[in-house]
Write a protein that binds this ligand. Structure first.
Ligand SMILES: [Zn+2]
Length: 435
């Protein structure tokens, strides 16, 4: 189902023209109203009139998370306070949150892209939407609320937490749609089991899950345990909140609402734009947002774009599920390597445990990549010949995925140190900056 046929199925040539016009207007507006952008333009010798079409996008400066921090709280606004009707914020990694502002037109735009989002997941006015995203400064709760209301569905604004009550409400009110993070969906499934029931015994039929990265494996687990069709969404408060992209019923990539949010993929190390299909950092320009427009925002998320037509009829570019963060990226022999790529290979191999270590070293001038991975007790008891064959197979698969060679070392079960927090997967022994 499609909410806005005119835009969501627009011929790509028309779309490009519309994006070009909007980009031109944005460049003028940002230069005129946001001192940060005026300075960034000036530094590059760039005038708004240099931006004539979409082809001129790479001329524009990037915006980063730290630019939000440096202009905390509302220094990146393009409108006076009297036109701001809403403020949201996301938690920063250090101290102050990232604050974002909306005009009345922005809230309307947000409702519209969220209506597209829930419609893509199959939600109609006949549905009862249990919205278990948090309400508050976080954009998840209100974003879904607006979208579901706009399509005329019945919204239960239950917010997160109180899991037993969530299940009771789903049963008693006959909720048909669940909105929450994928990990909370799994938690609810387990809570239902503890209560001697199952989400399969409710009327819930579709789940719209996002706000954290999740794998295909997790999707299968959720669909298995809950009986829901699990739809992936993507968004971030700097761009608008949820409503940036969503999967259609074919679950083959997330359609980006690119008449409003212009996507690019760039090389995370150099910032150079990369062609369709290549993996790199996702960058967004908000083409229509009023209160806090952003130009070429570096999301830090790794994915690729696919502009091929989709069976659903939408012409909007699809992005792959997020496969990693640029913060985790290492550059080995000039090639960008993501721990998630290595993990993907290892997790698919039989007899290998999800405990590994990536070691980068530099012998004289050449970088050296080594992957240590634990094997299971059974495999460890195998003959040396079989262990060598496994090593060789992993080495070949890593080379195929990474495009460079890596040594693989199988290690004893339980020999890689465990950590309680985020596991330390990469040891970089290169002393690149001295000498
Ligand atoms: Zn589609």
């Amino acid at each position: 189902m499609i909410w806005d046929h005119e835009h969501e199925t627009m011929p790509r040539d028309d779309l490009r023209r519309l994006q070009g016009e909007r980009l031109r207007a944005l460049a003028a507006r940002a230069h005129e109203n946001v001192p940060f952008y005026r300075e960034a333009f000036d530094k590059r010798g760039l005038r708004p009139e240099h931006i004539r079409s979409l082809d001129d996008l790479p001329l524009l400066p990037f915006t980063t998370k730290s630019d939000f921090r440096d202009h905390y709280p509302l220094g990146l606004s393009a409108v006076p306070l009297e036109q701001i009707v809403r403020i949201h914020a996301s938690s920063g990694t250090t101290g102050k949150p990232t604050v974002v502002a909306y005009s009345a037109a922005d809230v309307d735009l947000w409702s519209e892209v969220m209506a597209r989002t829930v419609t893509a997941a199959g939600v109609t006015r006949n549905d009862i939407v249990q919205n278990a995203y948090g309400y508050g400064l976080f954009t998840g709760g209100l974003g879904f609320h607006y979208g579901a209301e706009r399509v005329g569905a019945t919204v239960i604004p239950v917010s997160g937490g109180q899991s037993k009550r969530q299940i009771m409400l789903a049963q008693d009110l006959g909720s048909t749609v669940l909105c929450c993070t994928p990990s909370y969906a799994l938690y609810l499934a387990e809570t239902a089991e503890e209560m001697g029931t199952s989400l399969r015994d409710t009327k819930l039929r579709v789940g719209i899950f996002g706000a954290e990265p999740w794998s295909e494996r997790m999707r299968r687990e959720i669909e298995d345990k809950t009986g829901l069709l699990a739809i992936d969404i993507y968004g971030l408060s700097e761009i608008i909140g949820p409503g940036v992209s969503v999967e259609c019923e074919h679950q083959c990539g997330l359609h980006i609402f690119e008449d409003h949010f212009l996507p690019e993929i760039v090389d995370p190390a150099t910032g150079e734009p990369l062609p369709y299909g290549e993996k790199g950092e996702l960058v967004f320009t908000t083409l229509t947002k009023e209160a806090m427009p952003v130009i070429r925002y570096r999301t830090g998320d790794i994915t690729s774009l696919n502009p091929e037509p989709c069976a659903c009829g939408r012409t909007m570019t699809r992005m792959d599920k997020i496969s990693g963060r640029t913060d985790d990226m290492i550059i080995v022999r000039g090639i960008n390597v993501f721990p998630s790529q290595i993990e993907g290979v290892l997790l698919q191999a039989k007899g290998v445990q999800p405990h590994y270590l990536i070691i980068v070293d530099r012998q004289r001038t050449l970088d050296d990549l080594e992957v240590w991975v634990e094997v299971s007790d059974e495999v460890f008891a195998d003959e040396v010949r079989q262990l060598e064959a496994l090593e060789e197979r992993l080495r070949r698969e890593l080379q195929e995925v990474l495009g460079i060679t890596a040594r693989v070392k199988l290690v004893e079960p339980r020999s890689i140190q465990r950590s309680e927090g985020k596991a330390k997967r990469v040891i970089d022994r290169r002393d690149v900056y001295s000498g």
